[in-house]
Design a protein around this ligand. Structure first.
Ligand code: ZN
Ligand code: FE
Length: 255
């Protein structure tokens, strides 16, 4: 029991994900940057698409919806708070709502910050989370609409999840994220090992997404703001977590 997940490169550096419930064969798509590669993948596997789940309103996550719906008749689901700027929704979700792909059950998390109304989908039983531009591999989305405090609140929810959770995020930004992460935590051996692994994958044009949450907890500077070494380096030993997060995010924006 669980989800078979396929990572689909789209546009220049986006990812979409197909998840197929191993029990029922139901298939869901998470984000729709563009239709062609997604429809191609469905056809290659002979899979029938039941649902499209959207994380947030940015064009590089929704522009493929209309063409995919026209081709597959899939049901479209997204955040109620974002309904006015998402493609027409068949189902509008609130944080805490339940979703399902076949027999794999998920929960909707509010991960506002990058945008307000951004949601993530956590399938605890299947051990996967679809995070869009909230938690990313070695990074997180830029805070466009919310506040750093809100973004920290959003990201801290991932600290409570199992380390083996597969983090399916929206972009291939990992190598650049690694160059920045090194400036925040140069003496973290796990980070150094991960950067080498990323370089190896990218040199063979392999995706570095999805990633594993345990690895994010050990290396992603945006999840590590309680680390004494990071706090000392930033001269913020006595600050609140969200203040350290805000400083790390500010540095990344200027990197
Ligand atoms: Zn975005
Ligand atoms: Fe994006």
């Amino acid at each position: 029991m669980g989800l078979d997940i396929i990572t689909i490169p789209c546009l220049s550096d986006n990812y979409a994900f197909l998840a197929r419930d191993t029990q029922t064969g139901d298939v869901a798509l998470f984000d729709a940057p563009e239709a062609a590669p997604i429809l191609g993948e469905l056809e290659a596997h002979g899979w029938k698409l039941n649902d499209i789940f959207l994380t947030h309103h940015h064009g590089d996550h929704i522009d493929g919806v209309a063409a995919i719906v026209a081709e597959t008749g899939a049901r479209v689901t997204g955040a109620k708070a974002d309904a006015h700027r998402l493609p027409p929704l068949d189902r509008a979700l609130r944080p805490g709502d339940s979703v399902a792909v076949g027999q794999s059950n998920g929960t909707v998390l509010d991960v506002s910050g990058h945008t307000v109304g951004h949601i993530a989908y956590h399938f605890a039983g299947a051990g996967a989370a679809f995070t869009g531009d909230s938690l990313m591999a070695l990074g997180c989305g830029r805070v466009f609409e919310g506040t750093p405090e809100q973004m920290w609140q959003s990201l801290s929810q991932f600290l409570d999840m199992d380390d083996d959770t597969v983090i399916c995020s929206g972009h291939e930004y990992t190598a650049a994220n690694g160059r920045f992460a090194e400036t925040i935590e140069p003496d973290n051996p796990d980070l150094r090992a991960r950067i080498a692994e990323i370089a190896g994958k990218r040199s063979q044009n392999q995706p570095t997404v999805p990633s594993i949450l345990g690895q994010e907890k050990a290396t992603n500077p945006f999840l590590r703001v309680s680390s004494p070494a990071i706090r000392q380096r930033l001269n913020m030993a006595d600050k609140a977590d969200f203040e350290v997060f805000a400083e790390v995010r500010r540095r990344k924006d200027n990197f």
